[in-house]
Structures are given as structure tokens and as C-alpha cells.
Design a protein around this ligand. Structure first.
Ligand SMILES: [Zn+2]
Length: 483
């Protein structure tokens, strides 16, 4: 499906739409409607269950606005920036690295100097679509600033990622959770980036939700990791460096033996996240694990992987994964002059970190894109029952002769246990169509036979088959049906 179609459906049915549309809206900010809010919450709940709970992680909820010093230590102040060029004539602004990448098809290293961008733009004769030349490259910081105090004279920053509070709070969280290394600390929350060109609906935005995991471990014991056994035979679709188009399927064990994975910790957490994708309904063949090469990965990362999903935008990054060493804890220890090391048994150490950083909005968009089917006869949204905003809908066939009251009764009986939608108006065909489009796995219709023998019609989203069952069986059968 195309992103335009997904966006059209999202607005028409109430998943998401641009923020402040009745005023002069600003690109890159979106509001979630009732269905989008429910879907997003369920994606996060499934992630909590599959990652946080399964791995005995703890979760925190940090402030979104933080002082400048945090980002001085983390390196964001000096290096979280994009190279920009401006057209001398039409004044349009572009990212220099993207221009070069689009023209040459080669990945441009992150850490290049402005003069190097200028040189490549000149060498490849890159010009603005309007035909004019560009100004020299300038580096532009991606953080959003804000101000506090009566004179608004103190500068603070909106966090550009959720993980910094996890690093800063690490010794405190480690102590209060009475845990041992390795320990995973998770956080879900908003982050903010001053994106130059927000695009593709909620894929690239200026305000977004992340679900991040930072696993702290003793580097001397990284392969002394029992949980690895649970996933060692799990097969992953690898897109290795330089061979991205030739996807190789390999078990974790094989990848570890071939030194494609550098540790059991890495294999375990990447597998867990891929299994999470499968759990919420992304087919395996639409996933791949892309190796990030030395030119693309951050300098402190020993290895980096993108977990990608194939959408109508092509292969898109949903989770960025980094083997971060002790870079973060060391930088904040030095920057704050506070010792962030902890005890691991009798040993005092600064743990290393494995990170999985997921874009929740991107994942939601990918699920809609992958799930939306349009087969000329009808449109339907194939969402798994765990995350579909409603698990079932209840309708009276007609709005008279007591059918409506009976349908309400059934609705009331089910709504404590399931997310149920009640709809009494319009033709039954239209009511089915509406539920198909929002991903409701099945619908229950109360008709004249219900009044006689207590049975209802159950109709399935994916194949449109219908079945008659007794009302008393609904509660037991719903979880099985809503697959
Ligand atoms: Zn121009």
C-alpha cells in the first residue's frame, strides 16, 4: 500500500492527522485520534510484555526537558548536527549528505567537515532542482531549545532521545531495583528533533515517541549469558554490509560462530526484538537486520544494526541497535564529576551498554502500511488481535423489535473483557466495511434468530466467512477467533 493511502485512511477513520490543522499547521507534528491512541498503547503494551517483562527489566519515566550540560557530556551539543546547504536563488534548504547520497548512490560518512561536503557537491555537479547553485555547507544542530525563568534567560533542551536519563540515573536505578548485572532499563516517551524536512506522515517527525532499552553489563562477562540459550536457534534474515540485496538467513548460533555477532548479548536482544515484530503481525519475510558499516555508525559503537521492515517506502529503520561500550557512563561521570560506577560482586566497574532504540510512530505506520489490503472489492486492515484497536464489534441487524436492546446486553457482557465497538446505524454491509478498515478481527450481529434461540452471527474480517454460535460461547470463543 502507498503511504498516501495509509495517510488518507488514518485521517478518515481516526488513527492520526496533522496537529493544529485548523490553524497554520507546522510540518512534523501529529495528533493521534481515538484509534491511533489505542493502537499505539497496544503496541507499547505488547513491547512491555515481550521485552521488558520477559527480560525482567525495569522501566523509568524521565523529564523531557534537560539542562545544557547533559547534552554537552553526551556529545549532542557538538556533534548532533546535519550539514545543510541553501539554494542561492530559491532559498530552499537541503541536507548536503542526502543530496550527495542521492546523486552518487554512496553512503556519506557522518563525521565529514563542511568543506568536504562542498567539495563533493562541486565534484558531482549537484544543483538545486531550480537549476541554481548552493551556498557553502553549514552545520545545523538538531536539538530543540527552550527557555525558562521570568526573563526566559536560561536555555534548556528538549531531549533528542530518551536514553540520556537512563544513563544519568543508572546507579540510582541499579541500587533501588536491587538487581545484578546485566540489567535492562527501559523507557517510553517523547523525544524532539528539529528535522529539516519532516516527511512520510508519522515516519519522520519533529516530536516522536521512542521505546528504548539500555542493557548494562560487565564486559568481562558478556559471553557468560545464560539467556542466550533461549534464542540460539532463532533464525534471522541478515543484510550484511555490502551485500544488502542478498539477504542471508542464519541462526544466532551460526552468526556467532562466524563472528557476525560479536557477543551473546547482542544476539539475544536483537532476536527478542525480531520476535516481537513477528508477535505483533509483521511477517518474517518483511524484516531484515541490516549491518551498519564503520562509516555510518557512531564512533563509540563497537557494532551497530538497524532492524528494518519493508514498507511502501522501501526498507525502513524501525529499531536502531548499538553496542555502546562504556562511552555514555564515562562521559557523564566526567561531565558531572560524579562517579557512575557500580559494584558487580566485589568488582567496581563502569558497565558497558547494549541499546535497542525503537521508533513507536514508525512501527505504527509500518503496521498500517503492511496490514492494509485493497483488493478492488474492499479495503481491510490486517492487524493482529493483540494490537487491533477493537477486538470485536457488536451490531443489531435492525434498530427495532428489541434487537437493539439485546445487542446492548451482549455488548455490556463483553466490554469488561474485550475492546468492543457498538454500532447500530447504517446498513450491515457498511458497518462491516467500517470495521474491516480499522482492523477489527470479527463482528457479532444480533438478528431475529437471536431472539428465538440465543445464537448470533460471527463474521470474520480476513475471509468474510460467517458462523453461528451461542451468546454464552462468545466470551470463551472470542479470544480464539480474533486471531
Ligand atoms: Zn533553488
Amino acid at each position: 500500500m502507498s503511504i498516501e493511502k495509509v495517510e488518507e485512511l488514518a485521517k478518515r477513520r481516526g488513527f492520526f492527522w496533522p496537529s493544529a490543522e485548523i490553524y497554520q499547521q507546522v510540518a512534523g507534528f501529529w495528533n493521534y485520534g481515538p484509534l491511533g491512541t489505542a493502537l499505539k498503547r497496544k503496541i507499547i503494551d505488547a513491547w512491555r510484555s515481550h521485552i521488558v517483562k520477559r527480560d525482567d527489566m525495569v522501566e523509568i519515566d524521565g523529564a523531557q526537558i534537560m539542562p545544557m550540560h547533559v547534552f554537552k557530556s553526551s556529545g549532542h551539543l557538538s556533534s548532533f548536527q546535519d550539514p545543510l546547504v541553501e539554494c542561492k536563488k530559491c532559498k530552499k534548504i537541503f541536507r548536503a549528505d542526502k543530496l550527495i547520497q542521492d546523486k552518487t548512490g554512496k553512503i556519506v560518512p557522518e563525521a565529514m567537515k563542511p568543506e568536504e561536503f562542498d567539495k563533493l557537491i562541486k565534484e558531482n555537479k549537484i544543483k538545486c532542482p531550480c537549476g541554481s547553485e548552493f551556498s557553502s555547507t553549514e552545520m545545523f544542530n538538531l536539538m530543540l531549545k527552550t527557555f525558562i525563568g521570568p526573563k526566559q534567560d536560561e536555555v534548556l533542551y528538549m531531549r533528542p532521545e530518551t536514553c540520556q536519563s537512563i544513563f544519568i540515573d543508572f546507579p540510582l536505578v541499579y541500587r533501588v531495583s536491587r538487581s545484578k548485572l546485566p540489567i535492562g532499563i527501559a523507557q517510553v516517551g517523547k523525544s524532539f528533533r528539529n528535522e529539516i524536512s519532516p516527511r512520510n506522515a508519522i515516519f519522520r517527525t519533529r516530536e516522536f515517541t521512542q521505546a528504548e532499552v539500555e542493557v548494562f553489563f560487565n564486559p568481562k562477562k558478556e559471553d557468560d549469558f545464560e539467556k542466550y540459550k533461549e534464542i540460539k536457534d532463532y533464525k534471522i534474515r541478515f543484510a550484511l554490509l555490502g551485500k544488502e540485496d542478498d539477504i542471508k538467513e542464519m541462526s544466532c548460533e551460526e552468526a556467532l560462530n562466524k563472528k557476525i555477532f560479536r557477543s551473546k548479548i547482542e544476539a539475544y536482544y536483537l532476536s527478542l526484538h525480531l520476535q516481537f515484530f513477528e508477535r505483533i503481525g509483521i511477517p518474517r519475510e518483511l524484516t531484515r537486520l541490516r549491518e551498519i558499516g564503520p562509516e555510518e555508525k557512531p564512533f563509540y559503537a563497537k557494532s551497530a544494526w538497524d532492524l528494518e521492515v519493508k514498507t511502501s517506502l522501501g526498507w525502513t529503520e524501525i529499531i536502531a541497535n548499538h553496542y555502546r561500550t562504556d562511552h555514555d557512563l564515562r562521559s557523564h561521570s566526567e561531565g558531572s564529576e560524579t562517579d557512575l560506577s557500580v559494584m558487580d560482586g566485589n568488582e567496581k566497574i563502569l558497565p558497558w551498554v547494549w541499546e535497542d532504540s525503537m521508533g513507536v510512530d514508525r512501527l505504527l505506520l509500518a503496521l498500517l502500511d503492511v496490514g492494509l489490503r485493497d483488493d478492488s472489492k474492499r479495503m481491510f486492515l490486517k492487524l493482529s488481535k493483540e494490537i487491533s484497536p477493537y477486538q470485536l464489534a457488536v451490531f443489531p441487524l435492525v434498530n427495532k423489535d428489541g434487537l437493539n436492546e439485546k445487542a446492548r446486553e451482549v455488548f455490556d457482557m463483553l466490554k469488561d473483557k474485550f475492546d468492543v465497538f457498538f454500532d447500530e446505524s447504517g446498513s450491515i454491509g457498511r458497518r462491516y466495511a467500517r470495521q474491516d478498515e480499522i482492523g477489527t478481527p470479527f463482528c457479532v450481529t444480533i438478528d431475529y434468530d437471536t431472539m428465538k434461540d440465543g445464537t448470533v452471527t460471527v463474521r470474520f474480517r480476513d475471509d468474510m466467512n460467517q458462523k453461528r454460535i451461542k451468546i454464552q460461547e462468545l466470551e470463551r470463543i472470542c479470544p480464539l477467533y480474533s486471531g
